[in-house]
Design a binder for this molecule. Sequence first.
Ligand code: MYR
Length: 131
Amino acid sequence: TFNGTWKVDRNDNYEKFMEQMGINMVKRKLAAHDNLKITIEQNGDKFHVKESSNFRTLEIDFTLGVNFEYSMADGTELSGAWTMEGDMLKGIFTRKDNGKTLTTTRIVQGDELVQSYNYEGVDAKRIYKRG
Ligand code: MYR
């Protein structure tokens, strides 16, 4: 289950990913240590996610398979949806500014939540522990 509070423990290739996303170096340095914490509450196909980081706090509601809007911490707007494939959440989002696609997955592996990202050929991961 995804339910619970998760704190980022480590990143894999996240700076390269952010660079591909066009995020400048100063913001990348800050974002690599953003102390991101997410709290996930799933009820059937409905999710409520509380996000908090050094940058902001935010609450998001979405339903599997239903498009919604999400603004990244730097203001970049995305539109897309999460779906469930087996035990994996799979998100396909489109950047509103350039129409390019960002894909992301979440899966619980042991006591960790692994979120993977892909944008324009660059893959990254953020790995969370229960907090
Ligand atoms: C949520 O489920 O937490 C809300 C929806 C998340 C949308 C997709 C996340 C992509 C965030 C990309 C951040 C990358 C920064 C370069």
